[in-house]
Design a protein around this ligand. Sequence first.
Ligand SMILES: Nc1ncnc2c1ncn2[C@@H]1O[C@H](COP(=O)(O)OP(=O)(O)OP(=O)(O)O)[C@@H](O)[C@H]1O
Length: 307
Amino acid sequence: MRLFWWSGAAAVRTMVPDMAGKVLIVANPTSGGYSAEFLDDVRNRLEDLGCKTEIRLTRRAGEIGDICADPSLPVQTLVVAGGDGSVNEALTGFQNHPAPPQLGIIPFGTANVLALELGLPRNAKAIAELIRRGKTRQLHYGLANGRPFVLMASAGFDAEVVHAVPLSLKRRLGKLAYVITALRTGFKRKSASLKVILDGEELTGKLAVASNARHYGGPFVICPGGATDPGLHMLVLERDDPWSSFCYGVALLMGRIHKAKGALVRPFKTASILATGAVAAQVDGDPFGATPLEIRQTDKTVPILAP
Ligand SMILES: Nc1ncnc2c1ncn2[C@@H]1O[C@H](COP(=O)(O)OP(=O)(O)OP(=O)(O)O)[C@@H](O)[C@H]1O
């Protein structure tokens, strides 16, 4: 298999000066479900379809962002092979790019909710054809303390679970690791109240999820709209004791979270999530420090390859 090790954004200019119009696959080999054979299969199919394709493996967190932030990145199509956290890194990098290349996704990752949201194919043949076809939609995103999120930014119990889930358990059990960690932490945690200010209106709750996508945590619909539609929605849950969390979980599985008692879903443009102490926060399924969170919609979009 032909693989290229990547060593920083500056190296793009010196190593591959003539990549315009070509496909660069940046792969996170630590993402859940990563398969070198699968990547090679996609690359071979792309080459068969006439696309000059290069694969680069990241060696550290942050590298995808560095590559995508390079304004002279000489590619027309950049494909992230990884999960939602890897795609988030690409968007973070593109923030500083005057004209980002079109973004593709080879869905690895533990959950990959964005792939589900966009209806992306999972087999190598269909992925290669999608990249070759070059049909794009505009991917919208929100900003949490200046950091882009394409799925959600949240504070409260779900973020605590994201912070607490051990990587080894995540790799071994996938999504089940989150359920086990939620059960482990749910009974012993100390609940904290949040003040959520939505376009000037003050609300209180225990968990607040600012969502850019329709789906949350898997194929579970949390709000209308979607990642390729403009606009954000806020879900605020009034309670987070174990029984209430269980009930909200069931409501989520049934696609009825917006109707659950003590739950509110509302569109917004700007929001603050505040707490007296520091409450754990997360962005697109990765830990993101703690409150306060300042969240806002942005008009910027990134062209994303989608069916
Ligand atoms: N070579 C690397 N070594 C360690 N971490 C990396 C490397 N490359 C990328 N990362 C980081 O790994 C994090 C998680 O990766 P990713 O989201 O692709 O997989 P995942 O966590 O299994 O999937 P998901 O987010 O869909 O649950 C990303 O936020 C990224 O910053």
